[in-house]
Design a protein around this ligand. Structure first.
Ligand code: RFL
Ligand code: PHB
Length: 390
């Protein structure tokens, strides 16, 4: 079989790329290792930058997002037991972020793809990209006891951090990495969010905490935890007690608790692979870079990669112009490193590190105090949070 672009991975990057290419009349096939339900079961991101919202509208999947997404004008920082609002909207000349779950966004993209009759091959095993250094790339995969071949013009590696795309160029790629000495324990619960108008980021002597939401009836909360903790160590009661202890007294009092419907522990990592193009193979999203979730940048960076990559493919197929594909990697990496810097700095500022008692602790306190009392410092935070201009 032949198509113009083979997309490996049906996460948000792959699905969004497929939709944008389809809108421009470019054929594509998505190969996904898991089932669709498995992909939808992963509870991940929740905060979208305006650039991401715009791109989803361009892809024709912005309907439910417009009616169900919750627009946020500010964030709140809790430290030393006190809550400090940061007026993101006011400080950025009117920019906002939107709370809308990655699960819902993925569902919208999957439905649009199915409605357009576009091919997605789920449970494709042993996917292998090849031939991308020459003119005739091919991707092989196993399904229903047979090996299949997909010939194409380009391969898009949208297969996340553990995917095969980056692994297939591992001898030729430079990797930059920082692993953090803690994880995030996340809980999803059908209770009204404690702070429906602003995401709350908390720094306390017991560690980091985060109050987010998926809707006005569904909350998403996180607490920093040791890397070797197991989900089984955390009863719902223990989680709620711990979250309360890390917030200011008013929020702690107001929080409504209930049974968790999902609970998981995620490690935190900063990672960038360079370059993001190898001949006719292009990496996008978590396949090429990871940020710790503190800055809410992962999904948004994936969306910008896809914006640049879809634009580059469209230019190539419609105008035979290779400028976009030639500049793809450099263009993405410029934005990625800025988001890496922001995510690392907010992570460093908000978490308890095992080895930074005393001096490091005092520096955190000084920086937080400066951040909320200096308009310049608050503006820098707000500007990065809503997403730097393209
Ligand atoms: P994904 O979502 O990992 O999808 C990759 C897909 O590829 C498939 N795959 C393969 N398919 C075929 N063959 C193979 N060999 C394959 N190997 C893998 C996988 O099954 C999967 O379906 O990557 P993608 O599409 O690049 O999307 C990236 C985002 O998922 C990620 O950046 C965000 O979730 C990060 N993130 C956040 N980002 C934000 O912008 N805002 C947030 O608020 C935010 N919160 C978060 C987050 C990530 C978190 N965790 C758990 C890592 C909160 C958390 C807790
Ligand atoms: C989430 O809603 O899951 C979320 C929100 C903000 C973050 C990270 C995760 O910084």
């Amino acid at each position: 079989m032949r198509t113009q672009v083979v997309i490996i991975g049906a996460g948000p990057s792959g699905l969004l790329l497929g939709q944008l290419l389809h809108k421009a009349g470019i054929d594509n096939v998505i190969l996904e290792r898991q089932t669709g339900d498995y992909v939808l079961g992963r509870i991940r991101a929740g905060i979208l930058e305006q650039v991401t919202v715009d791109l989803l509208n361009e892809a024709g999947v912005g309907g439910r997002l417009a009616s169900e997404g919750i627009v946020h004008h500010s964030i709140e920082l809790v430290f030393a037991g006190t809550r400090h609002p940061i007026d993101v909207h006011g400080l950025t000349g009117g920019k906002v972020v939107t709370a809308y779950g990655q699960t819902e966004l993925t569902r919208d993209l999957m439905q649009a793809r199915a409605a357009a009759g576009l091919p997605t091959i789920y449970e494709a095993a042993n996917v292998q990209p090849a031939g991308f250094d020459g003119e005739h790339p091919v991707v092989t995969y196993d399904k229903d006891g047979k090996t299949h071949e997909l010939h194409c013009d380009f391969i898009a590696g949208c297969d996340g951090f553990h995917g095969v795309s980056r692994a297939s160029v591992k001898d030729r790629i430079a990797e930059y990495e920082r692993v953090y000495p803690f994880g995030w324990l996340g809980v999803l619960a059908d209770v009204p969010p404690v702070s429906p108008h602003a995401i709350v980021y908390g720094n306390s002597d017991r560690g980091f905490s985060l109050c987010s939401m998926r809707s006005l009836a569904r909350s998403r909360y996180y607490v920093q935890c040791p890397l070797d903790d197991k989900v089984e160590d955390w009863s719902d009661q223990r989680f709620w007690d711990e979250l309360r202890r890390r917030l200011d007294p008013e929020l702690a009092e107001r929080i409504i608790t209930g049974p968790s419907i999902e609970k998981s522990i995620a490690p935190l990592r900063s990672f960038v692979a360079e370059p993001m193009r190898f001949g006719r193979l292009f990496l996008a999203g978590d396949a090429a870079h990871i940020v710790p979730p503190t800055g809410a940048k992962g999904l948004n960076l994936a969306a910008t990669d896809v914006k640049y990559l879809s634009g580059a493919f469209i230019e190539y197929f419609n105008e035979r112009d290779a400028h976009g594909i030639d500049t793809y990697s450099a263009r993405c990496l410029k934005r990625i490193w800025k988001a890496e810097r922001f995510s690392w700095s907010l992570t460093t500022l908000m978490h308890r590190f095992p080895d930074t008692e005393g001096f490091g602790q005092r520096l955190q306190e000084a920086e937080l105090d400066y951040l909320v009392h200096s308009r310049a410092a608050s503006t820098a935070l707000a500007e990065n949070y809503v997403g730097l201009p393209l």
